[in-house]
Design a protein around this ligand. Structure first.
Ligand code: HSE
Length: 342
């Protein structure tokens, strides 16, 4: 049985998944026959719904040429996100609208509508997952549906699914990593003598940076991932205000040179650790020794080290942003949802 999909938000991430599904069609990959898009609802690009299925290649081409879906001939058009979630025949809602970690809206309303109407939910949105993860997990359980959010931390690099599935049985004393590509890119470029402003501009041009640069350089994006990890894999109930946060704006070229001369590197580190029965989180720049696996992670790449009780330290290095890379997170969640049902 194939799963019918509704895309809520069809920006970089939604299009990334659509490109994967289109590109892989006909490759014989058994997973590709498992999914069928029926709806796309995007505030800017428009909304199309065909209960029999949409041609994602055609939708992508239309966006490439005209910037929107106005020319797509579908039985139903113009449905807003909540109507698409509630009234379409989709089995899985893919929520990839913009992240707002202050209000979590409009994504929170989309999450609630999906879970309350008994639809599985896969998302890359850090808003509701940062502010209300426990509530969303409980809502999914009450409605007997799957809620997956792999792409909220390190894009499609397996982190949450890895912790939940393959590291199951371990206790994590500490989880620590480089969770923001933009700041790591800036720090790496500054080591070559580039100015902070030029490096930030380059990160923005390459599409890594959040719409508001403060979200990256002041550590908010890394903080969101620390909260998600603490609550998702360390059994905590941390809130944004519980996490100490310092960004990279205070790091000077002199600081960078000093670290180099000491055989160290500045990294914006997100860390969650158990301390006296409590779980505490922080985000701050650290001078990391070159013997630490995180020191060799350069550019926009992310990394995470799980300190476990059964198999010591496990480090995973991989992309933390990007169109296909984040679209793949949704794809891996879809595969997990399909597996759970069959
Ligand atoms: N702006 C983020 C980063 C994107 O630079 O890592 C992924 O959350």
């Amino acid at each position: 049985m194939d799963l019918k999909l509704a895309f809520i938000g069809f920006g970089v991430v939604g299009q990334g998944l659509a490109e994967i599904l289109t590109r892989k069609k006909g490759t014989g990959d058994p997973h590709l026959t498992e999914f069928r898009a029926v709806a796309i609802s995007d505030n800017v690009k428009g909304s199309i719904y065909n209960p029999e299925g949409l041609d994602l290649g055609k939708a992508l081409e239309m966006i490439r040429t005209s910037g929107n879906l106005a020319g797509y001939d579908a039985p139903e058009k113009g449905w807003d996100a909540v109507r698409t979630i509630r009234e379409s025949n989709a089995d899985v809602i893919l929520e990839a609208t913009f992240t707002d970690i202050e209000t979590a809206e409009p994504a929170m309303a989309h999450f609630r509508a999906a879970l309350e109407s008994g639809k599985h939910l896969a998302t890359t949105n850090k808003g509701p997952t940062t502010l209300a993860l426990r509530e969303m997990i409980a809502l999914a359980e009450a409605n007997k549906v799957q809620f997956r959010y792999e792409g909220t931390v390190m894009a499609g690099t397996p982190v949450l699914n890895l912790a939940h599935r393959f590291l199951a049985g371990n206790e994590f004393a500490r989880v620590r990593g480089i969770f923001n590509g933009t700041t790591n890119f800036i720090l790496t470029r500054m080591e070559t003598g580039m100015t902070y402003a030029d490096a930030l501009q380059e990160a923005q041009d390459l599409g890594y940076a959040e719409a508001v640069p403060d979200a990256d350089v002041e550590g908010w994006d890394a903080l969101a991932k620390v909260v998600i990890l603490a609550n998702a894999v360390m059994g905590a109930n941390l809130r944004v205000a519980d996490v100490d946060r310092t960004g990279i704006t205070g790091i000077t070229p002199e600081n960078i040179q000093q670290a180099t001369s000491e055989g160290k590197r500045w990294k914006l580190i997100g860390e969650i650790r158990r301390e006296g029965g409590q779980v505490v989180g922080k985000v701050s720049p650290e001078k990391v020794d070159l013997t630490d696996p995180l020191a060799s992670v350069g550019g926009a790449t992310n990394a995470i080290t799980f300190s476990t009780d059964l198999i010591q330290d496990v480090t995973v290095v991989g992309p933390g942003a990007g169109k296909i890379e984040t679209g793949f997170a949704l794809f891996s969640d879809l595969v997990e949802i399909h597996r759970s049902l069959h």
